[in-house]
Write a protein that binds this ligand. Sequence first.
Ligand code: G4P
Length: 529
Amino acid sequence: MTVKSEIKRRRTFGIIAHPDAGKTTLTEKLLLFGGAIQEAGAVKNNKVKKGATSDFMEIERQRGISVATSVLAFEYEGFKINILDTPGHKDFAEDTFRTLTAVDSVIVVVDVAKGVEEQTEKLVEVCRMRNIPMIIFINKLDREGRDAFDLLDEIEQKLQLRVTPLSFPIGMGYDFKGIYNVWEKNINLFSGDSRKNIEETIEIEDLSSTELDDLVGEKAANTLREELELVHEVYPDFNQEEYLNGELQPVFFGSALNNFGVRELLDCFVEIAPTPRPKESSTRVVYPDEKDFSGFVFKIHANMDPKHRDRLAFIKIVSGVFERNSPYLHVRNGKKMKFSSPNAFFAEKKQIVDVSYPGDIVGLHDTGNFKIGDTLTEGEEMHYKGIPSFSPEHFKYINNADPMKSKQLEKGIDQLMDEGVAQLFTLELNGRKVIGTVGALQFEVIQYRLEHEYGAKCSYENLNVHKACWVEAKDPKSAEFADFKRVKAKFLAKDKRSQLVFFADSSFTLQMTQSKYPNVKLHFVSEFE
Ligand code: G4P
C-alpha cells in the first residue's frame, strides 16, 4: 500500500463526554465491531468517580495493563481507526485538552436524559475554537429521556453548534421502537426482548408507505413522518465540507449499552470523518503527505512497568513515515535520537512497530528527554504549536517533608511537571516553590506518586492565589514595566521555562492590574505569539 493510501484510510479521533454519558461503553462497542476485542468489559473504565482519589490511585496501580486505553487502534472495513482516550473528569481536563491537539475529529456523547452537561460544554468549546469536526451521539435511548427536538435545541444553544440529525428515534425509553437512519434511509428496529447485538435493518425508501405502519404501529409511524418532516424543514441538509470545516455537526441517536445505532454511527463516521489533517508549526503548515517525518508529543505516561523506571512519550505523527531505528531530530534540545522499540497500541496490547503513518500514535520509551509539546523531525528546525499550559486555579506551596530525600523530591517534581500533571512556579522574592494545578485532585496524586514512585515526601501549605497569568511586556525596558515589577514583586514567579508569571489573589486585583498597566499583557495560556 502506498503512503497516500495509508493516510487516506486513517481516522484518528477522540470521544468526549461528561462522565457517565457512556464514553467507555461506546468505545467498547466500537472495538467489538472492529473485532479488536472479543467481549464486553475488556476496556478498562478509567474514569474517576466523584473525585475519589482512591479511584485514581487504583488506576495508577493498574496502569501497566490499562495503558492501552490511552490509544486504541483497530481495523474496520479497510480503515485504520485510532481512538485517543480523553478523561472526562474535570480535574484531568488539561490532559484531555492536550489530547484534543492530536485528534482529527471527535465524537461527542450526550446522555438523552441529562442533555448537555458541564464537561461537554467545556470540551466542545475547545473543539469549536479549533474547528475540529464533531459528530454527536445521543446515548441511552432505551431509557426515558428528553424530547429529541428539545435536545437538538439545547445542543445548538449551549454548545453553539449547527446540527443536523442523520438518524432519528422512533419513540423513547419504554416505547423505544428503533431508529430511522436519515443517512442510509432505513429503519433499525429495537427488539425489547433480546436487547442485544443482532440488529435488523429494513430499507424504507418511501416513508409514506404502509410498510412503516406495519413495522412500528400506526401511531409511531405517523409521529415519525411528522417529525421527519419537521427535521427536513428546520435543519440544514448534511454537507460534508461544512462538517469538515467544523460548521455543521451531524447527530446520531442510539444506545451504546445495547449496541444499538453504533454500527450506523461507525459506518457514517468512516465515510465522512477527516483523514489526518495538516498542522501548523512555528514556521509553516505541514501536510501529512509530505515525504519527511514529523510529529509531536501530546502525552507522557510514567512508570508503566514498576520494575523499569521509564516513561512512554506518545507522539502523533503529522507527516511522512516514522521508521524504527531512524535518526530523528529532537528539535528542542537539538539532538538526533533513534528509537529501537516504538510501540503501537491495539485494544488489549501494545506491540513494537517498524513503520507508522500520519494519524498514527507511537509510544516512545523515554528516560526524561521529552516534555509535552516537543517536536521530532527529520532535521527541520520547526516546532508544532498549540499545546499551551492553562492558567492553573489551585495553588499550594510545596515543601520537602524528608530532608534526606531532597534529590528524589526534585527529580520527582521535575518529571511529574514534564508529564503535565501540574505546573511548578518559583517565587521571585524568596525562591519558594509553588505547585499550580487545574484540578484539586492533582495535589493528592502528586503526593502519592512522589512517595510511591520516587521515595520522596512532600507537604503542602496553602497559598491564596486566584489565578496565575503569564506576563508579556510590550516594552521590557519601559518605566511602566519596571513599576509593575517593583509594585508586584511579592506576586511574581517564574515558570519552568523561566517565563514571568503574575499571581493575582482575586479577579478584582487582576482587573485593576490590567487597567493600571495597559502595556503589560496578562495571558491565561502559556503560549502566546
Ligand atoms: P463514561 O465512560 O462516559 O463515564 O460512561 P460509561 O460508559 O461508563 O457509562 C456510564 C453508565 O451508563 C454505565 O452504567 C453504563 O452501563 C451506562 N450506559 C451506557 N450506555 C448506556 C445505554 O445506552 N443505556 C443505558 N441504559 N445505560 C447505558 P453504570 O451502572 O454506571 O456502570 P456499570 O456497572 O453498568 O458498568
